[in-house]
Design a protein around this ligand. Structure first.
Ligand code: NAP
Length: 227
């Protein structure tokens, strides 16, 4: 079995590892043939030795991964085999290439729980997580406004975004039509601008670890602290 990872704690070289084949799956387990795995800042924990995350070298890089189920272990009584989040019906198969940002977008939208016709503001709608959230939300009829880099504008228009606001304009919050049912914060430092634009009793979800305390009945979720 091939993997990428480090050979010992605090080793910084990422190498191709030749590992033994996995044992047959036990009760309630599956073996996944990985097609794509995400790599993020958390992976540095493995090779800096800065924090014991319970893995012993040679660990593979990253947690989130997508692939095909190769072997399925026996389901025990009352036990269902583990599954990742089920793809929504409008899932585009190419999104399996985005295990980290796709999962982030999907989980953020699940936390917001929007339905057709509701209005969503996404700060950094042109970023790697934001752009996937734009597409997932627009696909179910949510009206999306993206505060985004002008460099992303053309791409975002093809993704079904309703309105694009230049995030580099310091006056962007005034240019947004207030009264959003929800805000998805995907740019650090944008909570203070986005929160006043959300309706009383609305929703806010941050993927940048800066969800504010709830106010005006707005439900505030810090995705990275709850997932
Ligand atoms: N991607 C993920 O899977 C993931 C998962 C969890 C958390 N996060 C967090 O989410 C945040 C965004 O990450 P990302 O990977 O989605 O984005 P990204 O792809 O790194 O975003 C890059 C874009 O952000 C734009 N940008 C910079 N400041 C902005 C602002 N104030 N408002 C709107 N857009 C702005 C930049 O515009 P210019 O081109 O004009 O400079 C650039 O186009 C980060 O804090 C990250 O740690 C991401």
């Amino acid at each position: 079995m091939k993997a990428i990872g480090v050979t010992a704690p605090a080793v910084t070289d990422i190498v191709l590892l030749d590992l033994p084949e996995p044992p047959p799956p036990g009760e309630g387990q599956v073996v996944i043939e990985v097609e794509a795995a995400g790599v993020g800042p958390g992976d540095r924990l493995l090779n800096t030795g800065g924090r014991d995350v319970g893995l012993r070298p040679p660990p593979h890089a990253s947690g989130p991964a997508t692939g095909r189920q190769r072997l399925l272990g026996r389901a025990g009584p009352g036990h269902r085999p583990p599954h990742g989040p089920r793809p929504p019906t409008h899932w585009n198969p190419s999104w399996r290439l985005h295990p980290v940002n796709g999962l982030t977008a999907l989980q953020a939208l699940e936390a917001l729980g929007l339905t057709t016709g509701q209005r969503l503001l996404i700060t950094n709608g042109g970023g790697s997580a934001g752009a996937l959230a734009v597409q997932l939300a627009a696909a179910v009829g949510v009206e999306v406004t993206a505060a985004a880099s002008p460099s992303a504008a053309e791409r975002l228009r093809t993704f079904g975004v309703t309105e694009i606001i230049d995030c580099h304009d310091p006056a962007w919050p005034e240019r947004a039509r207030a009264g959003f049912d929800a805000a998805l914060i995907a740019a650090p430092g944008t909570v203070a601008s986005a929160l006043p634009l959300v309706l009383d009793g609305g929703q806010l979800c941050s993927v940048t670890s800066d969800a504010p305390d709830p106010e005006r009945g707005i439900n505030s979720t810090d995705l990275l602290r709850t997932s």
